[in-house]
Every structure is written in C-alpha cells, then in structure tokens.
Write a protein that binds this ligand. Structure first.
Ligand code: NAP
Length: 455
C-alpha cells in the first residue's frame, strides 16, 4: 500500500505518513458522498447556514492548532497561518449569510404565464487542491459549493495530508453529516479514475498549469464542468509618480509573503526608467533586511519553501535566467543546512524570452524589468501567457485605474496588493485558468442554471 509523507520543510523531519486509498475504498467514499447529496440538496438554506456558521466557530476555536499544523506541514510563518484560518471563518460566514440571496429564483418576463431561472446543485464535486494555503484553498471551494447544496470530494496535495484529514474532521465536528466533505488520500495518478467515475459531476483544480492541462483535458473528455485556478506571473507597474517607500514596502511583502509561494504574489516588477535606480536601491535594502528563518519564530519575515524539490526547481530557474542574461543583484545561493530555505533574490535586466519573465517563479525571487514609459510598461505586463493578477503603483488613482482597465488579468489592484476577498470574484484568464471562485460568480459555477417555463 502506498503512502503520502508529510515532511516539515523547516527541519527536514518526517511528521507523519498517511496511507493512500485503494480503488475500492475510493469508490465506497464516492458512493457515500453521492448518497449524502440526495439528502443535503433538500435541506433549507437556513439549516445549511446554521452548520456553516458552526464550521466558522470550530475554525476559530481551533485556530492555534490548525495554524501550527499548516506551519509544520508546509512552512508558512505562524502569523500568516493564523490569518489564513481567520479568513476561512470569514468565507464560511459570508456564504452562510449570502448564499440564499445569490441563488434565489430570477423571474423573466416572456410570453409564458410564468418563466424564471432557478439554480440547482450539480452533485458531487471533486476538488484537487494545492498545499500553499492548505486550509483556505479548500474552504474557498467548499463553503460556497456546500451552501449551494453540493457535496465535495477533496484530493489535497500529498505533502499536506494532515491538514486534509483535519478539514474532513472539522466538518463533522461542526455537525455536517458524513459525506458532505470527504478527504481522499490519493496520488495525482489516481485522479483520472475519480474524474471518470459516473457519480462525479464536476471538478475544480487549484494548482500548476501542468496539472490544470491534465485535469481540464480529462474533464472535457468526460463532458464534466471544470474550473481551473492556475499559476500566475503577476506584473506590478511602478510608475514615476509612485510613493517610493510605499511601493517598496508593497513589493517586498508582495514577493515574500507565504514564503514567496502565492499564485497572486508580485512576481514581475515593471519599473519606469525615471525611478528605476532609486526603486532598485531601496528594494534591495528592504529585501536584504527581511529575516529568513524558523516559521514558528514570530520575528521571521519569511520561512522555507514547502519542499526541497520545489526549492531546487526554483534555483534552476534562477540559474537559467542568469544564463539568458538576467543579472543577480542579491540572493541566488542555496544556504547550507537543513530545510528547504532559499534567500530573497532579485534578478535585474529581465526581459521577455527569459525564464524569469515567461514562467512563474514560485518562491522569494523578484524579476525586475525596466520600462521606457507607461505604454511600454503596459505592453510588457501583458506580454505574458498568464493573466491572474496585476498591480499598479502610482500617485494618481485615476491614472492607475485607467491602466488597470488595460491589463490582461482577472484581478487588477491599484496602490495595494492583489488579494482575494469573498465579496469579489477571483480567477484568471489565459494560462491562469478559467471560471471564478468567490462572490455570486463563484457559487454559481457548480449549479444547473435551469429554465422553468409554464405556458
Ligand atoms: P500542483 O503540483 O499542480 O499540485 C496541485 C494539486 O494537483 C495537488 O493536489 C497535486 O497532487 C495535484 N496534481 C498535480 N499534478 C496532477 C495531475 N497531473 N493530475 C491530477 N492532479 C494533479 O501545484 P502546487 O505545486 O501544489 O501549487 C502551486 C501552483 O498552484 C502554483 O502554480 C500556483 O500559482 C498555483 N495556485 C493557483 C491559485 C489560484 O487561485 N489561481 C492558488 C494557489 C496556487 P500531488 O500533491 O499528489 O502531486
């Protein structure tokens, strides 16, 4: 029987091993889930909301315990792990309070005596999830889907199976019946059989472009709805009228938060020529001053990457970019000792065609790009196969908004970091995926949008 292994990336020590499920155990769990759907879909919004508020209570009550588990399994600094659990509770409460309003019938005037649109749940939804926000990514899918009357099957990343099991358990603790959220400990090779299972209605994946291509193709082959939330290489345009200190603070936190492993992290810094040297000097100082270290130490600014193989892959990307002509300003060396650490790194002279420009760097490595003027900066920002988020830093909000409207991305923020918020849709275009999570748009993704016509 194969097993997944959780390894603390700060120390390299094994935390636990978890047995993977066999094909027959997977089928049994999917069948139980489908059985639960038959009942759950008929529960009132009021009853579902009561459970969902209870789920938020459980998350808040166990915040320290869950935060520590996330930090141990994937290396997020402890303060950010706590914030992740708080955000999960917010999303649960938001959908508990708004699901009914988002899914109410919509009367349409036609030549029928009565015609309207009604939203009905699709059934068992498979969620393939990444390790980088091990609680939040799952809740971001599960809270709206379950409030809508669907049920969820979770295939979480192999390195965070402790978090995955806790997620299933906390639904039970909140009073949801068995089968509403089910954890399947399976490898990525076992995902295709789950997608093909006749009781699976749809699939959502948050993860890399490669995983998205594979899961999206399988969903298409089986004519099942899919949502893909994939990687990004978010551009931040730093204009000559920006408040430089503020811009540097945003750039530093944006690149180093979650140890550099956020889909909407600031990755390409496109700086106008007029302030390029000043920005670079301050950015270098701030990035160097950020303390790398033990993620459980409250003074740490950023911790290790989630796995040693991911750290080594990032280092290869840095070296490839340098071979292609990028200049190393700081960092770029794997530190000695245990753990999956990688230092804050700045690459300059980055240009289209280089690894650091064309692909996602999932770690604390900033690619700095010089632009002649505003129009050039916009062209460079859009010269990407990704389209998840983008930022504009400027002293003129109107100018920033005009630029935001010209950027090819799903989420464009002016004078602050791109962030997800349950009140607004979240998702990407181009190779960053399709479909939306959060807000009314997110909850409607896994619904049968049904027309009723009474002649
Ligand atoms: P990943 O390697 O793609 O893994 C994500 C999930 O997909 C894991 O559960 C993984 O399982 C599974 N998986 C991998 N390959 C698969 C395949 N061929 N078929 C089926 N399942 C497969 O991504 P990651 O390294 O965990 O996460 C980092 C990536 O996620 C980055 O690109 C990041 O930008 C993206 N991301 C996007 C968003 C967003 O909202 N757009 C949010 C967070 C992260 P195993 O662990 O068992 O391999």
């Amino acid at each position: 029987m194969s097993r997944s292994v959780s390894i603390n990336p700060a120390t390299g020590e094994k935390i636990a091993e978890h047995e993977r499920l066999t094909a027959s155990a997977i089928s049994q769990k999917i069948e139980l889930s489908a059985q639960s759907f038959k009942d759950w879909r008929n529960r009132s919004f009021e009853e579902r909301a009561e459970r969902m508020h209870q789920l938020a209570d459980v998350l808040e009550a166990h915040k320290e315990e869950y935060a520590l588990l996330a930090t141990n399994e994937m290396g997020k600094i402890i303060g950010q792990s706590r914030k992740e659990i708080e955000k999960c509770a917010w999303v649960c409460r938001y959908y508990a309070d708004h699901a009914e309003q988002f899914l109410c019938d919509e009367p349409v005037t036609t030549n029928a005596s009565k015609s309207y649109v009604t939203y009905q749940p699709m059934g068992v939804i498979l969620a393939v999830m990444p390790w980088n926000f091990p609680f939040y990514q799952v809740i971001r899918f599960a809270a709206p889907a379950i409030m809508a009357g669907n049920v969820g099957i979770l295939k979480h990343a192999s390195n965070v199976q402790g978090c995955a099991q806790v997620l299933e358990d906390l639904f039970l603790e909140a009073g949801f019946q068995k089968g509403i959220l089910t954890n399947l400990n399976i490898s990525s090779d076992q995902v295709s059989a789950v997608i093909e299972h006749p009781l699976i209605a749809a699939v959502t994946l948050t993860g890399s472009e490669a995983a998205g291509r594979s899961v999206g193709a399988l969903a298409g082959k089986n004519i099942k709805k899919s949502v893909l939330e994939l990687g990004g290489s978010d551009a931040y345009l730093i204009l000559e009228d920006a408040d430089l200190e503020k811009a540097v603070d945003i750039a530093t936190f944006g690149r180093l938060q979650n140890n550099g492993q956020t889909c909407i992290a600031a990755k390409r810094f496109i700086v106008l020529e007029a302030i390029y040297n000043d920005f670079l000097q301050l950015f270098k100082e701030k990035m160097q001053a950020a303390k790398m270290g033990d993620p459980k130490d409250e003074q740490t600014y950023y911790g290790p990457l989630a796995r040693v193989d991911l750290r080594d892959e990032l280092h290869d990307q840095v070296q490839k970019s340098m071979a292609q002509g990028a200049q190393l300003l700081i960092g770029g060396q794997i530190p000695e000792g245990k753990g999956a650490y990688y230092p804050a790194t700045i690459l300059t002279e980055v240009k289209p065609g280089m690894e650091a420009f064309d692909n996602e760097l999932f770690g604390p490595v900033a690619a700095v790009i010089k632009a002649k003027d505003e129009a050039h900066a916009i062209t460079l920002a859009n010269q990407s196969n990704f389209g998840l988020g983008a930022g504009v830093l400027t002293g003129n909000k109107t100018r920033g908004e005009k630029i935001a409207l010209q950027l090819d991305a799903g989420n464009c923020f002016v004078n602050t970091l791109v962030a997800s918020d349950p009140r607004l849709p979240f998702g990407g275009i181009k190779n960053s995926g399709y479909g939306r999570e959060l807000s009314a748009h997110g909850i409607r993704e896994f619904m049968n949008v049904k027309t009723i016509w009474v002649a």
